[in-house]
Design a protein around this ligand. Structure first.
Ligand SMILES: Nc1ncnc2c1ncn2[C@@H]1O[C@H](COP(=O)(O)OP(=O)(O)OP(=O)(O)O)[C@@H](O)[C@H]1O
Ligand SMILES: [Mg+2]
Length: 224
């Protein structure tokens, strides 16, 4: 049985994320709230004394206003400048990364994306890595988000949009994470739209998942 955790701070404790060297943040899809939730996770971790190293190894749909990019938001949350190291591979086309790269005649390799992350870091530091799209979305010419997650070997945090249909999506990704021999640390259901009356995906997931579950409220900012 899983457990519903009432606050982000308690979720960090229950999942063990607070004590982990870092996390790989994945989603059930693109646009589900990986960055939105990630920003709050980073704020919470910093309040608890961790120094966060943010990474968005590749970002497509890169915006002229860099503060609004995923990498920019994660850097700001971590309190560090948005330098190249945080996100070296930046592409303007709003396509899956290998497609966006091919538009400017570049090839993206998993080993280059993995190399954007440090090999070693101090115990008080925390490596926060956000993929692109969902767990099985293409990330490089030679692999998916799942492949980078396996190379990095960090616990995985799964973000889903809390909407009708998300139980299927969460359970499919949870199954895939297990199949890749990765640890699913916890699930966050992100409320991006005002909730549908009578829907309770968190409670419905309880019987199927053995991890701490958190509902992340609409327009919330726990630590800002
Ligand atoms: N809880 C929320 N309340 C209000 N708005 C939200 C919430 N979560 C996400 N959003 C908005 O929804 C949009 C998509 O969220 P976000 O960029 O975090 O998704 P993502 O999973 O990181 O997407 P990508 O696959 O592009 O990285 C953003 O405009 C964000 O501000
Ligand atoms: Mg994002």
């Amino acid at each position: 049985m899983g457990m519903i955790v009432p606050s982000l701070a308690q979720w960090l404790e229950a999942t063990g994320v607070f004590d982990a060297p870092g996390i790989f943040v994945t989603g059930t899809d693109t646009g589900v709230g990986k960055t939105h939730v990630g920003v709050q996770l980073i704020h919470a971790l910093r309040v608890l004394g961790r120094e966060v190293i943010p990474r968005k190894p590749v970002e497509s749909g890169w915006l002229n206003d860099e503060a609004l990019t995923d990498a920019g938001q994660l850097a700001q949350a971590a309190g560090v400048p948005l330098d190249k190291a945080i996100c070296p591979y930046r592409f303007q086309a709003a396509l899956a990364p290998p497609r966006a790269a091919s538009r400017v005649k570049q090839t993206l390799l998993l080993r280059d994306l993995a190399a954007t992350c440090p090999l070693h870091w101090d115990k008080q530091q925390f490596l926060h890595v956000e993929g692109a799209g969902g767990f099985y979305s293409p990330l490089a010419n030679d692999g998916l988000n799942a492949d980078l997650a396996q190379i990095l070997g960090l616990p995985v945090v799964l973000v889903a949009e809390d909407r009708v249909g998300c139980i299927n999506q969460v359970l499919l990704v949870a199954e895939a994470i297990k199949q890749r021999h990765l640890q699913l640390a916890g699930v966050i259901l992100n409320v991006r739209q005002p909730p549908v009356e009578g829907m309770d995906n968190l409670t419905d997931l309880l019987g199927y998942l053995n991890v701490p579950l958190l509902r992340f409220p609409f327009n919330s900012s726990h630590f800002r």
